[in-house]
Design a protein around this ligand. Sequence first.
Ligand code: ZN
Length: 268
Amino acid sequence: MLSHHQFISRRLLLSVAGIGLLSAAGCQLPSHDGGDGAAPAGILPSGPAASTASSPEPTPSASGPLPAQPRAKTNPLFSLAADDRLVALTLDDGPDPAHTPIVLSILEQYRLRATFFLIGENAARQPALVREIAARGHHIANHTWSHPDLRGIPDAKVRDELLRTSDLLGNTTGRTPTWFRAPGGDWSDASLRICAELGMRPMGWSVDPQDWARPGTSLITQRVLQTIGPGSIVLNHDGGGDRSQTIAALRTYLPVLLDEGYRFTAPK
Ligand SMILES: [Zn+2]
């Protein structure tokens, strides 16, 4: 649990982030989007191992950009450090040519920004769709190349799954992913370490309506609305099968949450 001091510090950071948000110019999605200005509060890692303060300084290089700086291994971020109605929507297992464009249009309609955890082999088949997601202001994140259970494979294979996907997404969008999510949320020590070595941070979730199992639109909607709260990270899927229930649920619960004063951010 947070100590009083930590709590005050986070409130302070939120205040600073709020000022940053107010002064931010040229935000692409201003209406219901938490904006990048809120991200510093949202990405505070939760574990004691999370500090990167002792990371060595990068070695200056005269020839081109520095390589990604290895970070200290962190525990996954399961929720944002928000004490107001700031939440994050994440969409896994795409891009999917049938469902992702519909999800994009819904996000456009409500003017909010999400994080898409893409599977490399899907992204390789849909480069234009990957670029479209990024062009609309959403964050492109790494969800492995082939969606394996990372707990049961050698470290070299884990590294290949992550690195190949980051390379592809970087080459496709011009931006290297900064977030990684293990398939099924099945983290392992190796995947967390390799995630850090590749310059990414791990993101979990705190609201899981199990939409992948297609329990019905009303149940997906109900589970999200009943469990969401300040700082929630919501897991939904735009790929991996028929996602029409997820799409219908998004159309139902997003306007309800916006009416209730929720704002959405894509943590940087
Ligand atoms: Zn997945």
